[in-house]
Design a protein around this ligand. Structure first.
Ligand code: NAP
Length: 292
C-alpha cells in the first residue's frame, strides 16, 4: 500500500481539536496561502456538539476544513496524516480499537500528547491491530511533537522528537510545525525535560513582568508604561540573543562602571534569583518526568 499522496495533496486530520489543535490549524491558515499549503483538506474531530459548533463558526467559511463530531475512525481513514490532539488520558479510549489501528496503518501519526512516548502509542496501535490481523504489511509511523502555547500567535517553540521517518514525512512535519513558529529537534528521552524547561520559561517571564511592573509602579511609573517597558526590554534582550549575541557579551555590554544595570545584577544575586530559577527548572523537570 502506498499511502503517500503527492506533495500539496495531503489530507490532515486532527483527532481532538481543542485548544492546541485549533491553534495549529489557525496558524497554518494564517501563515500559508492555499498555493503554498502542502495540505489540500483538513478534518477537525471533537467529542461534543458544542465544540463542533465552535469550530464550525471558526472555520465554517473555509471550504477545506470539515468538522466531525465523534467520528474519529472516518477521519483517520480519509486522512494520510493524523495528529493526536486529545488529552493523554484518552489514548486507550480513542486508539485501542482495531478499526482505528487499521485506519492508521502506514500513515504519518503525529502525537502532541504530553508525557506519552511514541513507543507507548506504537504499542497501543500494534496491539489493537493484531486483534484484527497478524500480518502487518507496514509499520506505524509515529512521531512525537510538542508545540508550545505561543502556537496561538504563530510563536510556538515546537519540540520534534528524533524519529525514523523518511525524508518526505520528516520534511512535512517540519513544514507543518514551522508554520506556527520555531522548531527544535530533540532526543525523545529529553522531551519531558525540555517541555518542563519551556513551561518554566513561560512561568518565569510572566512572573518577572508582573514583579517588574509592580516595582516600577511603586516608584511612580504608570502601570501601562511600566508594562510596555518590561515587555519591550524582554523582547529586545531575547532578540539580541536569538540573533547570535553571546550571553557573556550581552552582560558585558550592559555592565558599565557605576551603571544602573550592574546595581540591578547585584541585587538580583543578593536575592538568590539565579539559583532559584535553576532550581525551579530542575524541580519542573523532575515533576514532568514523574508524571509518566
Ligand atoms: N495546551 C497546551 O499548551 C499544550 C501544549 C503542548 C501539547 N499539548 C497536548 O495537546 C493535547 C491537547 O491539549 P489541549 O490543551 O488542546 O486540550 P483540550 O483543549 O482539552 O482539547 C482536547 C480535545 O480533544 C477532544 N476529544 C476528547 N475526546 C475525544 C474523542 N473521543 N474524539 C474526538 N475528540 C475528542 C475534545 O473535544 P470536546 O471539546 O468536544 O470535549 C477537545 O476538543 C494534550 O495531549 C496536551 O498534552 C497541549
Amino acid at each position: 500500500m502506498d499511502s503517500k499522496p503527492p506533495e500539496g495533496n495531503h489530507v490532515l486530520a486532527v483527532l481532538g481539536c481543542g485548544f492546541m489543535g485549533t491553534a495549529l490549524l489557525k496558524g497554518i491558515f494564517v501563515s500559508t496561502s492555499n498555493a503554498e499549503s502542502r495540505v489540500k483538506r483538513y478534518i477537525a474531530c471533537v467529542r461534543t456538539e458544542k465544540s463542533r459548533e465552535r469550530l464550525q463558526t471558526l472555520f465554517g467559511a473555509t471550504e477545506a476544513v470539515e468538522v466531525l463530531c465523534d467520528d474519529n475512525i472516518r477521519a483517520a481513514k480519509e486522512a494520510d496524516v493524523v495528529i493526536l490532539g486529545f488529552q493523554p488520558t484518552d489514548v486507550k479510549a480513542i486508539l485501542d480499537d482495531s478499526s482505528m489501528a487499521c485506519a492508521l496503518h502506514g500513515k504519518l501519526v503525529i502525537s502532541m500528547l504530553a508525557g506519552v512516548s511514541s513507543a507507548a502509542i506504537y504499542q497501543v496501535l500494534e496491539t489493537a491491530s493484531r486483534r484484527q490481523s497478524n500480518s502487518l504489511e507496514e509499520k506505524f509511523r509515529v512521531v512525537r511533537v510538542m508545540p508550545s502555547i505561543g502556537a496561538q500567535i504563530n510563536k510556538s517553540v515546537s519540540l520534534i522528537a528524533e524519529h525514523d521517518l523518511d525524508d518526505e514525512n520528516a520534511t512535512f512535519v517540519e513544514w507543518l510545525f514551522g508554520s506556527i513558529g520555531a522548531i527544535q529537534k530533540i532526543q525523545e528521552a529529553l522531551m519531558d525535560a525540555a517541555v518542563a524547561a519551556s513551561a518554566t520559561t513561560h512561568a518565569l517571564v510572566v512572573t518577572s513582568i508582573d514583579a517588574l511592573v509592580d516595582g516600577s509602579v511603586s516608584r511612580g511609573i504608570p502601570r501601562a508604561v511600566a508594562l510596555r517597558i518590561a515587555i519591550e526590554c524582554m523582547l529586545s534582550a531575547s532578540s539580541m540573543l536569538s540573533k547570535g549575541t553571546e550571553l557573556a557579551e550581552l552582560k558585558d555590554s550592559m555592565s558599565v562602571p557605576r551603571g544602573i544595570t550592574t546595581e540591578a545584577w547585584i541585587h538580583l544575586d543578593q536575592g538568590h534569583v539565579r539559583p532559584a530559577i535553576s532550581q525551579t527548572v530542575r524541580q519542573a523537570v523532575d515533576y514532568a518526568e514523574g508524571m509518566n
